[in-house]
Design a protein around this ligand. Structure first.
Ligand SMILES: Cc1cc2nc3c(=O)[nH]c(=O)nc-3n(C[C@H](O)[C@H](O)[C@H](O)COP(=O)(O)OP(=O)(O)OC[C@H]3O[C@@H](n4cnc5c(N)ncnc54)[C@H](O)[C@@H]3O)c2cc1C
Length: 494
């Protein structure tokens, strides 16, 4: 008899981790499995980091409902989980007279979706608010409820809080198939053996189509990876203060220029449909497209200040919206399908999926209740994830106190981002232990500055090896196959 849980969540991105976190409020045994070496390594860590206001999705779609409902949740949630988040608002910027009418359409759409506080500002006002904006600006839509966040922190914080509340998380554990008893799911097969369950939640992102097809659900549903490339600019080159969207196209919100919470400017993403679900390559042509888009909004931006590039893959699905009269074929799937028992099926969770993740989690709970699941709240559920000290943000006196308690907080390992050995060690021993270089990077922002880790990397490998009690040869960048070192210095081959 395999180890059995009430609920198994397949996939540890923002959605799976939020589902696990919100479900951990109830008396349920929960397992979350993630195929990678850390949680949040998929789309949830390679995106624009915007908490969308909700004017972009078509009224009546699940995307619109989830986006607007979730947007309201972010202040409380970010507070409870200690996720960096700022509600700075955002702009859709019209360039030239032809784009201006599109702002009216978006404003109307946003109002129908229930987005509060939006209005259109004049070109003059926009130039005043964002001095580097293209002088041909003709007006802008202002949405005060838009926000920016630390996308890495979302999955990590939600998963840690889930663990605090009794959820078990298994990394490097890949779903392979369902175990069925007739039409009922009774468990899953993984590369680490079988696990029993009463409910399985499909939160596998790009692979959600593969997972649902294993249960015989929606054979016509297909996820096409839609790649979006980005450039990150050096922090010394602050060119914008806000989130600036162009007027959107039919398939994407367009190439935006935005400030990040860490003080950098980012440019991107473009949108290319590709076949390979693992192809996160950044291309020469793609970068050209980014700069055309960026210069349309902010002509003075210079590619000379790029310090890093990356790409993320949207899990773009082909699910029709189920609201009568809404003609849209890329909606979220959030359902308990009729064909099988025991599956909560989430699919096509492309943008605004990061924003929507907490509302999707609440919808999952509603669906389980509607299916007759008696969800009993735990009296001792703990919604707060305790923060760990972030040395660079502390007042001087606090820094001194911390160093006196643990001298490792006095040793700076990453000079650009001022991350200390103490913080690295704390992450290695956190509720979800950071066991790779990238896992530490996502939690502390080490290695994200101008030197991109050249100075800190050898030290981090050393600290990881020491704390995990393994050879430095075993330390990886992001899991098996990405080891930094191949053999000890001067070791003779053969
Ligand atoms: C370029 C780009 C820009 C975006 N910008 C924004 C934005 O600004 N704001 C916003 O709200 N949204 C944005 N999004 C969308 C958002 O990032 C996603 O909707 C969201 O992160 C989806 O979360 P997820 O958990 O469903 O998917 P993922 O984060 O991809 O997580 C799915 C997880 O499932 C795991 N998995 C897959 N198969 C298996 C298996 N067989 N066994 C075990 N685990 C498995 C994967 O490894 C992965 O970790 C953007 C997306 C992209 C790509």
């Amino acid at each position: 008899m395999p180890e059995t849980y009430d609920v198994i969540v397949i996939g540890g991105g923002a959605v799976g981790c939020m589902v696990a976190r919100f479900l951990s409020r109830y008396r349920l045994s929960i397992l979350l499995i993630e195929k990678e070496a850390d949680i949040g390594m998929g789309a949830s860590s390679a995106n624009s980091a915007i908490i969308h206001a909700g004017y972009d999705p078509l009224p009546g779609t699940l995307k619109a409902k989830m986006n607007v409902a979730a947007n309201l949740m972010w202040d409380t949630l970010a507070g409870e989980l200690n996720i960096p988040f700022e509600r700075r608002g955002d702009y859709v910027v019209a360039i030239g007279p032809k784009e201006l009418p599109k702002l009216e359409l978006l404003l109307e759409q946003g109002r129908r979706n229930g987005v509060p506080g939006m209005h259109i500002i004049s070109a003059e006002e926009m130039r005043h608010r964002e001095p580097n904006i293209n002088p041909d600006v003709s007006g802008a839509l202002w949405a005060p409820t838009g926000g920016i966040c630390d996308p890495f922190a979302i999955s990590i914080a939600a998963a840690e809080n889930a663990v605090q509340n009794g959820v078990r998380i298994l990394l490097e554990t890949a779903f392979e198939d369902f175990i069925m008893d007739g039409k009922r799911i009774v468990g899953i097969k993984t590369n680490r053996g079988d696990f029993g369950c009463r409910w399985a939640v499909n939160a596998a992102g790009l692979y959600a189509d593969v997972v649902m097809h294993k249960a015989g659900v929606r054979p016509e549903f297909k996820i096409t990876p839609r790649r979006g490339e980005y450039c990150i600019l050096d922090r010394a080159e602050i060119t914008v203060n806000n989130v600036l969207f162009p007027v959107p196209s039919d398939i994407s919100k367009g190439i935006l220029v935005t400030a990040t919470l860490h003080g950098n400017t980012i440019v991107g993403p473009n949108a290319q449909d590709i076949e390979d679900k693992e192809d996160r390559a950044v291309t020469y042509d793609g970068l050209g497209e980014l700069w055309d888009g960026a210069h349309k909004l902010v002509p003075s931006l210079s590619p000379r200040h790029v310090i890093a590039v990356f790409a993320g893959l949207r899990a773009s699905g082909n699910a029709p919206c189920e609201t009568p009269g809404v003609d849209y074929n890329h909606d979220f799937i959030i359902e308990i399908p009729r064909e099988v028992q025991g599956l909560v099926n989430l699919g096509g969770i492309e943008s605004p999926g990061l924003t929507s993740a907490p509302a999707i989690a609440l919808r999952v709970i509603e669906l389980l209740k509607e299916a007759g699941e008696k969800l009993e709240e735990k009296p001792d559920w703990q919604p707060i994830r305790p923060p760990r000290p972030r040395f660079r943000d502390l007042p001087h006196e606090e820094q001194k106190r911390l160093i006196a308690l643990d001298p490792r907080y006095g040793r700076i390992v990453c000079r650009c981002e001022m991350v200390t050995e103490g913080e690295i060690v704390a992450e290695i021993h956190a509720p979800i232990p950071a066991r790779t270089y990238d896992a530490i990077k996502r939690r502390t922002w080490l290695g994200t500055g101008r030197c991109l880790g050249s100075f800190d990397m050898p030290r981090v490998v050393d600290i990881l090896a020491q704390e995990l009690g393994v050879s430095p040869l075993a330390i990886t960048k992001k899991g098996p196959g990405s080891e930094f070192l191949v053999r000890p210095t001067k070791q003779v081959e053969g």
